[in-house]
Design a protein around this ligand. Structure first.
Ligand code: DOR
Ligand code: ZN
Length: 347
């Protein structure tokens, strides 16, 4: 039986770091295991311009504890006022690695997002030309569409037509949660990838709702039926380079999760790598973890694989994590998989 596994240091291709005291509290949780992360721009106010991204990057680096290394890969929040020239300059300088499309109203701090895709056509065409990926929160927001169908409807009615209108646009389908998401990613031979979160490999919608409502399992896109979780597990462990890790680790203080109108987000930065080792081992695919967590993402983004390594070790006793991370903004509950995990990060 494999007891240790050494892989190139992983990266997180979709992460929420927030700002201020929350940033200070959660950044070490990611930097401890990950070399780089695509940092989401949905701050209040959002990271819209290259200048915003440069300032946010400086705040992230300033929050990094002495002795830790971490490279934030910055993104811009696409709005109907985004200037194509600003985006292209930010990409050319290397500051910005992707632009994020939030359909207006889809999730946390998305009200400034895009209502009419025709209004951002110029930006998308400039991005296609510059090779800058569009990271897509793939859910429609129309009230008539059931929340469990929002991803599948988005693929058919928004994503596929968008790709046809802007040929050459590189797209990341973020945090896919459905068999339809997996199938669509597989149907596109190049220029499209999909990230998968740790928690969507572990929970289905029953975990949120059976036996009482579990606010710490509520995230967006919401976890779907078991058949979809199984499709995600198959895709993540298949070795197909179009699928890679984006944790969507999204901290909210407990007071806002355990609330009459609780925020969406699972906080998985602390235990993602041991949880993934557990899942990949269950799937008989431990040898494919390094593709999913360390190689496929850099390949899509045209970045080198990290030289440093991370070693996972399997122990006889279950790994213990803090139930909560205490931040200056308040406590943040760490994702609980609901089963014992014997993998840990060595060192
Ligand atoms: O669960 C989520 N939380 N999904 C998102 O898309 C946003 C994120 C957040 O920012 O809290
Ligand atoms: Zn997210």
């Amino acid at each position: 039986m494999t007891r240790t596994l050494t892989i190139p240091r992983p990266d997180d291709w979709h992460l929420h770091l927030r700002d201020g005291a929350m940033l200070q509290g959660v950044l070490p949780e990611t930097a401890r295991h990950f070399a780089r992360a695509i940092v989401m721009p949905n701050l209040v106010p959002p990271v819209v311009t290259a200048a915003d991204a440069a300032a946010y990057r400086s705040r992230i680096l300033a929050a990094l504890p002495a002795g830790m290394t971490f490279e934030p890969l910055m993104t811009l929040y696409l709005t109907e006022g985004t200037e194509p020239a600003d985006v292209v300059a930010a990409a050319r300088s290397g500051l910005v690695k992707a632009v994020k499309l939030y359909p207006a109203g889809a999730t946390t701090n998305s009200h400034g997002g895009v209502r009419d895709l025709d209004r951002v056509r110029g930006v998308l065409e400039a991005m296609a030309e510059a090779g800058l990926p569009l990271c897509v929160h793939g859910e429609v927001t129309t009230a008539e569409v059931d929340i469990f169908d929002r991803e599948a409807v988005f693929i058919d009615t928004v994503l596929d037509p968008l790709r046809a209108r802007v040929p050459g646009l590189r797209v990341v389908m973020e945090h896919i949660t459905t068999r339809q998401g997996v199938d669509y990613a597989r149907s596109v031979p190049q220029g499209l990838a999909a990230t998968i979160t740790t928690h969507h490999l572990i929970i289905n919608r029953n975990h949120i709702l059976v036996g009482g409502i579990k606010p710490h399992y509520y995230c967006l896109p919401v976890a779907k039926r078991e058949e979809h979780r199984l499709a995600l597990r198959e895709a993540a462990t298949s070795g197909d380079a179009r699928f890679f890790l984006g944790t969507d680790s999204a901290p909210h203080i407990d007071a806002l999760k355990e609330h009459a109108c609780g925020c969406a987000g699972c906080f998985t930065a602390t235990n993602t790598m041991p949880l993934l080792a557990h899942v990949f081992e269950e799937m008989g695919a431990l040898d494919r973890l390094e593709g999913f967590a360390s190689r496929n993402g850099p390949a899509f983004y045209g970045l080198p694989v990290n030289d440093a390594t991370l070693t996972l070790v399997k122990r006889d006793s279950a790994t213990q994590w803090p139930a909560k991370i205490e931040t200056g903004a308040g406590p943040v509950t760490v994702f609980d998989p609901g089963f014992p995990v014997f993998w840990d990060v060595a060192g």
